[in-house]
Each structure stands twice: as structure tokens, then as C-alpha cells.
Design a protein around this ligand. Sequence first.
Ligand SMILES: Cc1cc2nc3c(=O)[nH]c(=O)nc-3n(C[C@H](O)[C@H](O)[C@H](O)COP(=O)(O)OP(=O)(O)OC[C@H]3O[C@@H](n4cnc5c(N)ncnc54)[C@H](O)[C@@H]3O)c2cc1C
Length: 478
Amino acid sequence: MYFWEKQLDKELLPSLQQDIFVDTLIIGGGLTGLTTLYYLRQEKSICLVEARQVGSGITLKTTGKLTYLQNTIYSDLEKNIDYTTAQNYLQSQRLALSLIKEIIEKENISCHLEKVHSYVFTNSLKEIKKLKAEKTFLEQNNVLVEENTFPLDIEYKESIGVEDTYVFHPIEFINHLKKINKNKIYEQTKIIKIKRKKGMYICKTDKGFIIKARKVILACHYPFFLFPFFLPLKSHIEKSYLMVSKVLKNPKLSCITVSNPGLSIRYYEDKTGIYEICVGGSQKTSDIQNEEQNFKDLEQQFSSKKRIVCEWSNQDLITNDYLPFIGQVKKNMYLATGYNTWGMTNSILAAYLMSKKIKEGKMPYEDLFSLYRCNYYQLKNSFKTIFFNLKAFLKSKKINKEWYPSTLVFSKDKKVAFYKDQEGNTHSVYTTCPHLGCSLLFNEKEKTWDCPCHSSRFTRDGKWMEGPSKKDITYKVK
Ligand SMILES: Cc1cc2nc3c(=O)[nH]c(=O)nc-3n(C[C@H](O)[C@H](O)[C@H](O)COP(=O)(O)OP(=O)(O)OC[C@H]3O[C@@H](n4cnc5c(N)ncnc54)[C@H](O)[C@@H]3O)c2cc1C
């Protein structure tokens, strides 16, 4: 069970049951899709399709911090690209914060929005210089920065903090947006094919219906097509492990360490109590050895005295230059992804920018977030990305049975796996990801099959949960 899952809207909207024609189709009902629909709701004919349930993707498993203090992104961008790029990214993140506050106020959304201080801290002498550079950049751009005031009882050598940032409940926010645009949303409707014909996009759903659309917005986190935007060359996947425990005090802050593997914490308070949400052990999926061990490490890192409420893992796309992709893929097709684990601000920003592009033909920060931008930083990291993705693929092929529980049995050729649950039921699946052929790894804690290459995940019964795979991996025993 994910922490925010209890609040997922219980009312499922109907799936699409006929062919339709719309001017604009939004694919994906996460924070990006729902907010884009909100901004474009006045357009003459628009609909959103969601493969499972609105809010059930990466957004369900997030921490829910709304902050522009994102590790040491600005000094990194200044060093690796240039000062103006860093400045523009800072402006864009502050704009995103004002946009979400504006929506919450205007629509009177109750989503536990809380103003908190954000901190970045380090316990490594080597990283002090990085934090000082970040502070200098922020101050040059009129941000009030506190130094070494980090209030948690965690050892640190240097910290910076800002005060005008927030945390919220992402699912309560999404539920409200779903409610006000109910009649424009189809749930349990997955797009499995998109073709362009006579100036229209012909989008086929998993139930065989066709949506003809003049414009398509891909808000599905990891698009399933490769051309012309070859995402696996431009990004890799990073997975993190999260744990929620009940605590007595809300220090009203969010914090993160400078670099990976690190930790990130926020607090959430409602009438049932105060909760500490911790993220630890972030890893490139190509480096993951043993999921079970990663959860154990997380528990060791955080929970010596705490009562664990729930644990899970989540993954996000990391781009080669740590900037999101927001903009036009090809004529009348738009994409927003690659938020580098800062997707709460960037989803809202992407929605605002794409809606501007559609309504006015241009958008602010067009070059900054261009899908086809090319900078040295990106090129330099693209070799690493190719290496990470290749490593993930090759590693996945060497299934190490020692990592798996004895309840898991493979067929001789390892193409099928049988998992016996606690009630004695057997769940059989194909072990190869239908997307690009990586071997799937079993995540014992969450009972999911996870692709280490491009983030597809499947239930123990082989049903698609997230990622670019178009198909399930269910194996029917003959
Ligand atoms: C551990 C972790 C912690 C994080 N914490 C924070 C944080 O504190 N603050 C922050 O700013 N960011 C955070 N992020 C990042 C943030 O959670 C994500 O970037 C963001 O939620 C992505 O939203 P989305 O709408 O793009 O994707 P999603 O929420 O995944 O939405 C995409 C939707 O599209 C649907 N879909 C996919 N394919 C199809 C298809 N073919 N047809 C129809 N529907 C489809 C999916 O079912 C899904 O519901 C974190 C990320 C991680 C990994």
C-alpha cells in the first residue's frame, strides 16, 4: 500500500467504449495530464485518457515536496552549461510554485498545502564547496538563503535553507482536478498505438477503439514510441526507496542531501497523526543488485526507533543535463517528461507551458526545455546514459537466483516464472519486458516485476502497472 493510496478517488470513471473524434487528446492522468487538462479545459473538444486510474502512476508514489531548492542544480547548471540556463531554470521553478498556489486558491482545493522551510545539507567535507556555490548563485538571484540553520537532529557539516517553499498531498490535489473535469476523462483506457494519417493522429486503445485527434499531448511519464525522440539515449531511470513512519513532532520542513545515495525527508500531518516520509538509497536501475536488500538498508538508515507505516519504491527519468523535456515532439504532438525527481513543480510548469504553446503558438522557456536541445553537458552524459542502459540490459540477463525467494520458480529457459504467494496461489508471468526485451527483476517487497532498463512495472500476475510497455506479461499455464 502506498501512503497516498487511501485518498485515491474511489469512483472510477468509465472507460472509452466507442470511436471518438476530439481536437486535443491528453494521454496520461498523472499530475502533468490532469493539470494540462485544467489549463486547456475551455478548448472546444478535449479529453484525457488514463490507462489505469487517475493519479495511480509515479505521482501516487511521490514525496510531494514543492520546492525550487533542488540539491545543487543551479550551481551545477551554471558550471556545466551556463549562468543564464541556471537563472532561467530557477525562474521557471519559482513560477511553478506560484502557479500551483494560484490553482489551489482559485479552486479552493483542500490538499494539505503547508508552507515549510526547505534545506539541502551535507556531511561530506568535499560537498561544502558545492553548497556554498549554490548559496552564492541563489543570493545573486535575490533569494534569501539561511546558512547552517538545519534544525533536525542529523549530523551535518554545511546546510543551506530557504523559507518560501511548500509540501502538499498530491492525490488530494489531483482528485479535485479530476472532479471538476470528470466529463472529459476516460479511465482504464490505454493507448497502445499512434499513427498519423491525413493530418490527424489515430490513437488505438487497448479495447480496440479509435480516438482521432488533431493534437496529442503525451503526459504518460515514459512514452512508448521511440521515433523521432529517442528517449533511451537521452535519459536513464533512477529508483528510490521510501518509508513512512509515525512521529510525534512536525518540524515543518523538507530536506535533502547534496548527492546520491542520500536521503530526503518531508513531514505530513492530518487528523490521524504526524508522518515522516523518508526517501533513501536512490540508485540507477542499472546498479540495482537486490531490491530486498535495498529495503533493508532503508530501514536501517531511518527506522531504529520508529514505527513503520508503509514502504515502497518509485522511479523517475533522469535526463542527461538534468533539465526536463517539455515541448513539441512533432507537428501537433507535445511531450512533457524527464523531471529528474522534481516533477511536482515541473508537472505544473509543463502543463502551463504546453497549454500556452497550444493556445498561443509559443511558450516561455521553449529553448531551455526543448526536446531537441543540444548542449555539451548533455552530449557528455549521453555516453554514460548509453552505458547505464546497456549495463541494465546485460545485467538483467544474468538472473541471480540467490536474490529471489524460494517461492519463485523459473522454467528451464528462464522465460517464465512462477511465484507462489502466502495463500499457496501460483502467479505465472513471462520474464522478458515486451518493450525492448530486457529481463524483468522480481521486487519481493512490492510483489512486482520491474524492468531495470526503461521503468516498466507489472503486478505479480503480469498486469502492466507503469512504463512504456504496451503489453502485459501474463503467462497462462496450459
Ligand atoms: C522517490 C521519488 C520521490 C519524488 N518526490 C518528489 C517530490 O517530493 N517533489 C517533486 O517535485 N517531485 C518528486 N518526484 C518526481 C515526481 O513524483 C514525478 O516526476 C511526477 O509525479 C511525474 O508525474 P507525471 O504526471 O509525469 O507521471 P505519472 O504520475 O506517472 O502519470 C502518468 C500517467 O500516464 C498513464 N499512462 C501511461 N501510459 C499510458 C498510455 N499508454 N495510455 C494511457 N495512460 C497511460 C499512467 O498510468 C500514469 O497514471 C519524486 C520521484 C521519485 C521517484
